[in-house]
Design a protein around this ligand. Structure first.
Ligand SMILES: NC(=O)c1ccc[n+]([C@@H]2O[C@H](COP(=O)([O-])OP(=O)(O)OC[C@H]3O[C@@H](n4cnc5c(N)ncnc54)[C@H](OP(=O)(O)O)[C@@H]3O)[C@@H](O)[C@H]2O)c1
Length: 299
């Protein structure tokens, strides 16, 4: 299949390019200036040039704190963009895979969110992503949105890379222990799109494979416990690691409010799409192999 990926050097886009190619697809991944998803003319040019048979949108405005000050830009990329991409895909008669976030929820439920729970974003980023889901699905009913969380990979900026950097610089790390969620690795999220595309391409609007689905890694954890796993993995690869102390969200204020409990229930995705939440501890090992090197025992 000819697959157009919106976004090129982002975390998920990078993995999509590699994994779609391995699966035998003809992949074109584009970013500004070749493709600006906020510009209908730019999207039309990309569609005319590449005539895609499926579209995966991995482009987004992901600066959660900065979004509080750059509301217009966040909404342009995260809300207008998916709407324009959906409209172009609908005109071309092709399906769309899109990624969204647990930040569409306020984190107050006290249990993992299902796709039937009402969103209530606490900040601009979450609000813009929710508007994008709605704009995409209104424009193209043959769309599948995967809501995910805590995306990490060897590429780009993410929590694993930040913790490895801080671990090398500091004697002590203090990490929030009262926010719950699940790390999700970009390669696993790209694999989900690779698995989905043939089914979406063959399915008509209204098929159960279209709609919004939750997909994170498993099991659920906290930032603190995730950090513990990162540091253990770094130590197993010969790195000296600092002391780790749990702190509360109140002790680490950020500009945008984060959901205290953004756990997503991924059972519908397993049941309907046959895509299982990947064990993030295994994915983390792969990521650390790429970033730090193999474990000392396997050298
Ligand atoms: N990162 C997370 O923790 C997280 C959590 C939950 C959900 N998600 C969702 O997962 C998806 C992928 O996230 P990611 O972490 O891979 O993001 P990322 O690494 O920030 O990559 C996003 C890419 O989109 C590009 N982009 C920005 N504006 C664009 C535009 N107007 N047209 C075309 N491309 C544009 C960016 O380019 P520039 O760098 O040049 O701006 C960047 O390369 C997004 O939908 C995000 O909302 C992410």
């Amino acid at each position: 299949m000819r697959v157009l990926v919106a976004g090129r050097i982002g975390q998920i886009a990078t993995e999509l390019v590699a994994r779609l190619a391995v699966a035998g697809h003809d992949v074109v991944a584009l970013e500004p200036p070749e493709l600006d998803i906020t510009d209908a003319a730019s999207i039309a040019r990309a569609f005319a040039a590449h005539r895609p048979e499926a579209l995966v949108n991995a482009a987004a405005y992901t600066a959660v704190d900065r979004a509080e000050e750059e509301r217009d830009l966040a909404f342009a990329v995260n809300a207008t963009g998916p709407g324009l991409l959906g409209a172009a895909a609908a005109r071309a008669g092709i399906p769309v895979v899109h990624y969204s976030t647990d930040y569409v929820f306020d984190g107050m439920k006290g249990a993992p969110y299902t796709e039937d729970d009402a969103p209530n974003p606490a900040g601009v980023y979450g609000a813009s992503k929710l508007a994008g889901e709605r704009a995409l699905h209104a424009a193209n009913p043959r769309s599948t949105t995967l809501r995910t969380a805590w995306v990490c990979s060897p590429h780009g900026a993410n929590f694993v890379k930040t913790m490895l950097r801080l671990a090398a610089e500091r004697e002590e790390l203090r990490v929030v222990a009262d926010q719950h969620g699940a790390p999700s690795f970009a390669d696993d999220l790209a694999d989900a799109a690779v698995a989905l595309l043939p089914r979406l391409a063959a399915a008509k609007a209204g098929d159960a494979c279209f709609g919004v689905f939750h997909l994170t890694g498993a099991p659920h954890t906290t930032w603190h416990d995730f950090t513990q796993a990162i540091l253990a993995g770094a130590a197993a690869r010969g790195r000296r690691v600092p002391r780790l102390l749990p702190i509360t969200t109140a002790e680490y204020p950020t500009r945008a409010r984060r959901p205290a409990d953004g756990r997503l229930d991924c059972s519908r995705t397993a049941r309907v799409l046959g895509i299982l939440a990947a064990d993030w501890r295994i994915s983390l090992d792969r990521c650390l192999d790429a970033l730090v090197g193999p474990k000392e025992t396997t050298r």
